[in-house]
Design a protein around this ligand. Structure first.
Ligand code: AMP
Length: 202
C-alpha cells in the first residue's frame, strides 16, 4: 500500500483518456465491452468486429483478414494499424474510445501510442479481464456450439491461446510495468462482472 502511495505520478492509472480492454480468448470481452461502452457513453473500437464486418461485405480487407482469422492467427500489424488509424480519424471530437482487442502486439501498442500522441489523445486505463484457462476453453466451446464461429474449433482455439501467450502477453506486461493495468475478475454473473469493470475504469 505504502509503495503505491509513493509511486511516481506517471505510474498511476488515470481515469481520463482512452481505455484499452484486454483479455485472453473466450474471457467474455466482446459482451462486456459492449455493455461498458453503452453504460459510459464510450465509443467501442473492436478490431475483431471490424474485421468480421469487412468479411461479411467481402471487401479486400475482409478477404485478407479471413485467412488469418480462420487459423487463429493475428492479421498483420500494418493492415490492422491502418484500419485503426482510419477509425480514429473519423471520430467526432470529444469522444472517449475503448479499444477492444487492440493492441494485441508490441508493434501495435507502439503504433497506438504514437497515433494517439499525434492527435492530442492518450491512454488512461488498461482493463484486463481475468478468467482461469479451463473455464475459458469451456466457454469458447459453448459459444462455438451456439454461434458457429469458424474460429472456434479445438485446433484453432489452441492456436489462439498460443498466439495470445506469444504476442499479447508481452503487451500486458508492458502496460503492467508502466502501472496502467487494472485486473478484473471475470468469473461470475455477467452483471456483477460489468459492475466490477465499471468500478475499475473509474
Ligand atoms: P476477436 O473477435 O477480438 O477475438 O478477433 C477475432 C480475430 O480477428 C482474431 O483472432 C484475429 O485473427 C483478428 N484480430 C482482431 N483484432 C486483431 C488485432 N488487434 N491484431 C491482429 N488481428 C486481430
Amino acid at each position: 500500500m505504502m509503495a503505491e502511495r509513493h509511486a511516481a505520478p506517471a505510474a498511476q492509472p488515470t481515469a481520463t483518456g482512452d481505455l484499452i480492454f484486454m483479455g485472453p480468448p473466450g474471457v467474455g470481452k466482446g459482451t462486456q465491452a459492449k455493455r461498458l461502452a453503452e453504460r459510459n457513453g464510450w465509443v467501442q473500437l473492436s478490431t475483431g468486429d471490424l474485421f468480421r464486418d469487412h468479411l461479411k461485405r467481402s471487401t479486400p480487407l475482409g478477404v485478407l483478414a479471413q485467412r488469418y482469422m480462420d487459423r487463429g492467427e493475428y492479421v498483420p500489424d500494418d493492415v490492422t494499424i491502418d484500419m485503426v488509424r482510419e477509425f480514429i480519424d473519423a471520430l467526432p471530437k470529444g469522444t472517449r474510445v475503448m479499444f477492444d482487442g487492440f493492441p494485441r502486439t508490441v508493434a501495435q501498442a507502439e503504433a497506438l501510442e504514437a497515433l494517439l500522441a499525434q492527435r492530442g489523445r492518450s491512454i488512461g486505463r488498461v482493463l484486463l479481464l481475468d478468467v482461469p484457462r479451463d473455464e475459458l476453453v469451456r466457454r469458447i466451446l459453448a459459444r462455438s456450439r451456439s454461434e458457429g464461429r469458424a474460429d472456434d474449433t479445438p485446433e484453432v482455439i489452441a492456436r489462439r491461446f498460443d498466439v495470445y501467450a506469444e504476442q499479447t502477453q508481452p503487451v500486458v506486461e508492458h502496460y503492467e510495468q508502466v502501472g496502467r493495468v487494472r485486473r478484473v475478475d471475470g468469473l461470475g454473473d455477467v452483471d456483477v462482472v460489468t459492475d466490477r469493470l465499471i468500478e475499475a475504469a473509474s
